[in-house]
Design a protein around this ligand. Structure first.
Ligand SMILES: [Zn+2]
Length: 293
């Protein structure tokens, strides 16, 4: 073994990059603080570092590389993410809402694709980070895009999406995909709601039909699409089926009722998410409590 043990085992203090370690051969200077790193790793992960440190520029030979206008903390976390985690166990970067956008901005600037995809894979997608992260997923790894589109179309109102589309997205194709994904989500909710209503009616009125004396049509609980075009049928539909269906819990078995309610609440939750994203003030009023149950 040529290497001494002090060189081969990774340092375990929290910021290993603050001073020389394991033959580090370049010092980035950010906000007057030093980040000691290895040219080979920086160049391997970033074509921008490669041009800067291993190319014809003056920095290629310089030991100290000043990086003005950068934030030390974000740069340090970005550099840490360029290293294999088993080299710097004590300095593992936890990607969170607090640091991800700063890291991604640097990773984008330095074209460090691996860092971008790692961040996008590790972060928990929420309604507050979905849109800004969507832009990176779109640019760096399209396979991650559906996850971000899913959260966006569930939890972000169409009006907000329109605002984002104008300011933040800057990509017409992505905007179209985002809006289409929102449409698909809303459409699927409508279909679910319609199926739920049909099921409720079928349970409340199994196979019952009523013949209209006025028009001669036969009306059943599930043929609203036909009944709605005839005023006489519509009247029968309303009085015979609709009114009764909502007060007919007694006709269902306990199991059927539980199943129906389970689906109904699931549906209500999804619709409620959309309503709350449209008018968040409503949820604040409810949470504050008005004294009424
Ligand atoms: Zn009719």
């Amino acid at each position: 073994m040529a290497c001494s043990s002090s060189q081969s085992s990774p340092p375990q203090r929290e910021n290993v990059f603050a001073s020389p370690w394991s033959n580090s051969d370049v010092i980035l200077v950010v906000e007057n603080k030093e980040i000691h790193a290895h040219r080979s790793i920086l160049c391997l992960q970033s074509p921008v570092f490669k041009a800067m440190l291993c190319g014809q520029f003056t920095e290629a030979k310089a030991e100290f590389i000043p990086l003005p206008e950068k934030k030390h903390n974000a740069m340090l976390q970005f550099i840490q993410l360029l290293y294999p985690p088993n080299m710097i166990k004590a300095a593992k970067v936890v990607v969170s809402d607090e640091n991800i956008l700063d890291i991604l901005k640097l990773a984008d600037e330095y074209q460090a694709v691996n860092v971008v995809t790692q961040c996008l894979n590790e972060i928990q997608i929420t309604k507050s980070n979905a849109v800004p992260l969507l832009v990176y997923a779109n640019q760096y790894d399209q396979s991650l895009l559906p996850k971000f589109l899913d959260v966006t179309s569930r939890y972000i109102s169409a009006a907000k999406l329109q605002e984002y589309a104008a300011v933040d997205l800057g990509d017409e194709k992505l905007t179209q995909r985002l809006l289409l994904s929102k449409c698909n989500h809303l459409e699927s909710l409508l279909v679910k709601g319609n199926r739920f209503g049909q099921k409720l009616l079928r349970r409340a009125h199994p196979l019952r039909t009523v013949e209209s004396g006025k028009c001669g049509h036969v009306v059943s609980a599930t043929n609203f699409h036909k009944a709605r075009f005839c005023s006489s049928c519509l009247e029968i539909y309303r009085t015979e089926f609709l009114t009764y269906a909502v007060t007919s819990r007694g006709v269902l078995s306990t199991q059927a009722q539980a199943e129906l309610e389970g689906k109904y609440f699931n549906y209500l939750e999804q619709v409620d998410d959309i309503v709350m994203s449209l008018c968040p003030a409503a949820s604040t009023v409810n949470e504050a409590g008005t004294g009424t149950p």
